[in-house]
Design a protein around this ligand. Structure first.
Ligand code: GLN
Length: 307
């Protein structure tokens, strides 16, 4: 498909999905997220050739939340390789993103890196790999999206830190099994900061191009992950990227992707493009309702998915 065809598809889907506004619910368990304008809606597509399509609020920054779990996991996978799978599994959890119940049966080893428990373990390892983890995360994200202005939204981070008791509980519980090594308060501080990173749809679509390009950043040809690591990360996104809605996302959309409770979703078509959508109203699983609707229409219209 030509870029002009993609542009027409995005314009049409944007107007088709707009009437869904008001059917979801903005996340309110983190007060700073509850203040976001529910009417925001943006879509960005980045092709591997370097073309950009930006529709609606595609250039407004928002809180990426759990999308950050892909960046931290990529950083740790790059350094630790397969060893990370001794501490975190690779099966869908079938449970909500912040659930505690599986952890007791599974002896403090979270099901996968994209539920909160798994992401906390990944960030714990990252803190051992990098002496200044917050700076390292920001540097990595800035590098992959080619935008040095990416920042931590301190207000969101503070708000989240004040309401992070469930994440603290997950971390302490895993620490009792020896699967968290750092001080829990220091860990939750880094974790809340990574969730507070503010990016636009255009930034996010650019940041996922190295995954669409099998581990190589097309902007400078730097290999960030081996081909096998990129495959593994994609497989994890395709099976676990949407918590207890991962199966439905695969069924409806058919792309590897990751969501966040800020209302963002990023997905990619290997070898071709990445696409980010932002609409803060969530469905009951904590995924952007209009985001999934948009992506379902996108893969249907372009008649392409990973399946
Ligand atoms: N910061 C959020 C939390 O830890 C991220 C959750 C999400 O985006 N699903 O609860």
């Amino acid at each position: 498909m030509t870029i002009e065809n993609y542009r027409k598809v995005i314009e049409r889907i944007y107007s088709e999905v707009l009437p869904y506004q008001g059917t979801g619910k903005v996340a309110d368990y983190i007060p700073a997220l509850a203040e976001v304008d529910p009417g925001r809606f943006g879509i960005a597509v980045e092709t591997l050739e370097g073309d950009t399509i930006a529709q609606g609020d595609a250039e407004i920054c928002f809180s990426i939340q759990s999308i950050s779990k892909v960046f931290t996991f990529a950083m740790v996978l790059r350094h630790m390789g397969e060893d990370i799978f001794k501490s975190v599994g690779r099966e869908p959890s079938g449970n909500p993103f912040n659930s505690l119940i599986q952890l007791e049966h599974e002896k403090g080893i979270p099901r996968n890196p994209f539920i909160n428990a798994g992401a906390l373990v990944v960030t714990d390892r990252l803190m051992e790999l990098y002496p200044r983890p917050k700076e390292a995360i920001l540097d990595f994200v800035r590098e992959v999206c080619g935008n040095d202005d990416i920042y931590y939204d301190r207000r969101v981070a503070q708000s989240e830190l004040m309401h992070a008791d469930r994440n603290r509980a997950l971390a302490y519980f895993m620490k009792s099994f020896g699967n968290i090594r750092n001080d829990v308060e220091a860990l939750v501080d880094v974790y809340c900061h990574q969730c507070s990173i503010a990016m636009s749809c255009v930034d996010l679509a650019r940041a996922f191009r190295f995954l669409a390009n099998r581990g190589v950043n097309p902007a400078d040809n730097e290999r960030l992950l081996t081909e096998s690591q990129a495959k593994r990360l994609g497989a994890l996104m395709a099976t676990c990227g949407f918590y207890d809605e991962s199966g439905d996302f695969a069924f409806r959309v058919g792309l590897p992707g990751k969501s966040g409770v800020g209302g963002g979703i990023v997905a990619y078509l290997p070898g071709k493009l990445s696409i980010a959508v932002w609409s803060p109203e969530l469905d009951p699983h904590g995924n952007s309702l209009m985001g999934i609707e948009t992506l379902e229409r996108f893969t249907t219209d372009i008649a392409s998915s990973i399946f």
